[in-house]
Design a protein around this ligand. Structure first.
Ligand code: SAM
Length: 246
């Protein structure tokens, strides 16, 4: 079993499936092992390079999702949203929405007011071509910069498979919370690769982060759960649901 890396700042090295001791999802699509290259760009690239990478793979991201059974994770996240916010009129923001795989599941459940945000313009264009969202926001989520989204705008701020090294950092949780209404919820998950290989995304570090949000009066409570993310291998993600303070 691989040892955990230290911090998101120090990044870490690529950990192979064999080192992880399990069956991890891979798929050769668009002439590359997408999952591996995704992780490597996140570990080694600058934020601009990560954005450019997602622009580049937007042409075959749907095919990648299908080949690894990624719809399963999005379905499970959509069910979590429904369990905490059953009103189909609720205003929902899908953060780092990628190809809109979560937005599509929310639409299937009947949600009518779902917006999508991503920093890769070509991912936003892809979701536009499918008509997934009500509003399309091309913007970056950063810990120290306000996203161009008003305060207290959404009943649910959710994010699927986008917290990790080089992606959206746990340090962005106050910013995600700012965009949610008081009494609303922030829901996100972390895929097993990051949970197992980088200590910042492990249970202990995340619990400390979330306890700090409660201590600082941003959240009133949070819960942790696990759900299947990649249908092909049964690989899981750890989900967190935080209730925003009134
Ligand atoms: C692994 S993909 C997940 C996409 C989608 N949520 C899904 O479930 O398939 C990560 C997405 O996050 C976006 N992203 C990464 N970091 C971001 C940031 N700081 N702000 C906004 N979008 C970001 C990328 O452009 C990419 O579309």
């Amino acid at each position: 079993m691989a040892t955990q890396r230290n911090t998101t700042e120090s990044r870490g090295e690529f950990v192979t499936d064999a080192e992880l001791g399990g069956s991890y999802t891979t798929a050769n699509v668009g002439g590359q092992n997408v999952r591996q290259s995704m992780i490597k760009v996140s570990l080694e690239g600058t934020s601009d390079q990560v954005r450019e990478y997602y622009n580049e793979i937007s042409g075959f991201y749907d095919e990648y999702c299908e080949s690894v059974g990624k719809e399963c994770g999005a379905q499970n996240m959509a069910k979590i949203v429904e369990s905490v916010q059953p009103s189909k009129n609720a205003r929902i923001l899908d953060v780092a929405c990628g190809n809109g795989i979560l937005g599509e599941q929310l639409k299937t459940l009947g949600y009518m007011n779902v917006d999508g945000l991503d920093f890769a313009q070509k991912m936003i264009d892809l979701t536009k071509s499918k008509g997934v969202f009500t509003n399309y926001i091309c913007a970056s989520i950063d810990p120290d910069k306000k996203t161009p989204v008003p305060d207290n705008a959404y009943d649910v701020v959710c994010m699927n498979g986008s917290m990790g090294v080089g992606l959206v950092s746990p340090k962005c949780l106050p910013e995600l919370t700012r965009m949610a209404k008081p009494g609303g919820v922030v829901i996100f998950n972390i895929t097993a690769y990051w949970v197992k290989t980088v200590a910042d995304f492990g249970d202990e570090a995340m619990a400390a982060n979330l306890r700090a949000l409660v201590r600082d009066g941003l959240w009133t409570k949070w819960i942790r759960e696990e759900h299947v993310y990649y249908k092909t291998t049964g690989e899981k993600a750890v989900g967190y649901i935080g209730t925003v303070a009134r």
